[in-house]
Design a protein around this ligand. Structure first.
Ligand SMILES: *Cc1c(COP(=O)(O)O)cnc(C)c1O
Length: 355
């Protein structure tokens, strides 16, 4: 820390992204990226857009928002776009929480929620998942604040059925519920269809995972136009040109190639079920994930040791520090070939710890 850094920030705990090592080639199953490249239509559109880099992009991103609105059956003023859904989340914390409106979210979820609460000095309450890592909707009844639910939940991949989201919305019509659907395309139900019925619902999605565009940074928000206006007020107060031309064009390209997207989501879901079976056959407990990752543990080796042993063998998974999931590792669902390598290394490691 320099001696110039404001007192205000000296206790910040920044987010710790998953490793992006350059020392050797790993089978990389640690940051929930897609094993597939983006749609060729997205790549072509980005290349074309690069020819106009001398010009600022459209700060209202109208073309992309219109395309999104069409895709989700909404109006263009019911969608906004951000530089990754992390930016959308940042604005959600900044805009819809304050001293009297704490952020409410599960104790095991996306690590950025506590980071944003810290950055903006917001009160928050972590509401424990049950012992099977499920959200107990009843625990949110009577609690004032803004609810943040990742659905499927980060780290566990477990989805809350739509009825649960609806119950959260109904518990208090004056309480906003932000549903972070980063992983929804891999098999869970989206709450987008509830937008016409609930003005206290804001949905966040990302092109990073299911549309293979993590490097492009495209997050989206969907909800009633007043909520979208709030987000755009913050965007225009911070960085109006938040999305670059290539990413905007790639986003439109990706939406114009639904077959590629659907096929990739289908493959990931199929590989995920294959991996669940393979791990359970080796005695692992595995969460009932509907995302592009799963959480797994075994009595035969601790989470951190397994992470290290796999890393030595060229396979990266994620070991998360949180107390309740210390014995677990989070594994991104990659291609079948990658998962076969993973299982081969796991079998080797288990054989060694047995002898
Ligand atoms: C990956 C992820 C994000 C962030 O996605 P970006 O659009 O890449 O910023 C947000 N929420 C959850 C739950 C995620 O897993």
């Amino acid at each position: 820390m320099s001696r110039f850094f404001s007192e205000v920030h000296k206790d910040l705990t920044p987010y710790v992204p998953g490793e992006q090592p350059r020392d050797r080639r790993y089978v990389k199953l640690n940051t929930n990226e897609s094993p597939f490249p983006p749609s060729p239509a997205a790549v072509r559109a980005a290349e074309e857009a690069a020819r106009q880099l001398q010009l600022y992009p459209d700060p209202t991103a109208l073309a992309l928002r219109t395309k999104l609105a069409e895709h989700f059956g909404l109006a263009p003023d019911e969608a906004s776009v951000n530089n990754g859904s992390d930016e959308t989340l940042s604005f959600a914390f900044l805009g819809w929480c304050d001293e009297k409106t704490p952020a409410l979210f599960p104790d095991i979820t996306y690590g950025f929620y506590t980071v944003y609460a810290g950055l903006y000095r917001l009160p928050y309450e972590e509401i424990p998942l049950d012992e099977d890592f499920r959200i107990r909707v009843a625990d949110y009844a009577g609690k004032k604040g803004t609810v943040f639910i990742a659905n499927p939940n980060a780290q566990t991949g477990i989805a809350l059925p739509l009825a649960g989201i609806e119950e959260l919305l109904r518990q208090d019509p004056d309480r906003l519920v932000v549903v972070d659907e980063a992983y929804v395309d891999f098999g869970a139900e989206s709450a987008v269809g509830l937008i016409p019925r609930y003005d206290n619902l804001l949905i966040i999605q990302t092109f990073s995972k299911s549309r293979s565009m993590a490097g492009g940074r495209l997050g989206i928000a969907l909800g009633r136009k007043e909520l979208i206006q709030d987000l755009m007020t913050l965007q225009f107060s911070f960085n109006p040109y938040n999305l670059n031309r290539m990413t905007m064009a790639a986003g439109i390209g990706a939406l114009e190639d639904p077959a590629y997207f659907e096929e990739n989501c289908r493959k990931i879901a199929e590989n995920r079920e294959w991996l669940k079976d393979a791990l359970r056959a080796e005695g692992f407990a595995v969460t009932d994930s509907l995302a592009n990752f799963l959480l797994a543990r075994t009595d035969r080796i601790g989470g951190e040791s397994l992470y290290r042993a796999l890393k030595e063998r060229g396979v990266l998974v994620r070991h998360l520090g949180a107390e309740r999931i210390r014995d677990w590792v989070r594994i991104t669902v990659g291609s079948r070939e990658e998962l076969e390598i993973l299982m081969e290394k796991i079998r080797g490691i288990l054989k060694e710890v047995r002898s």
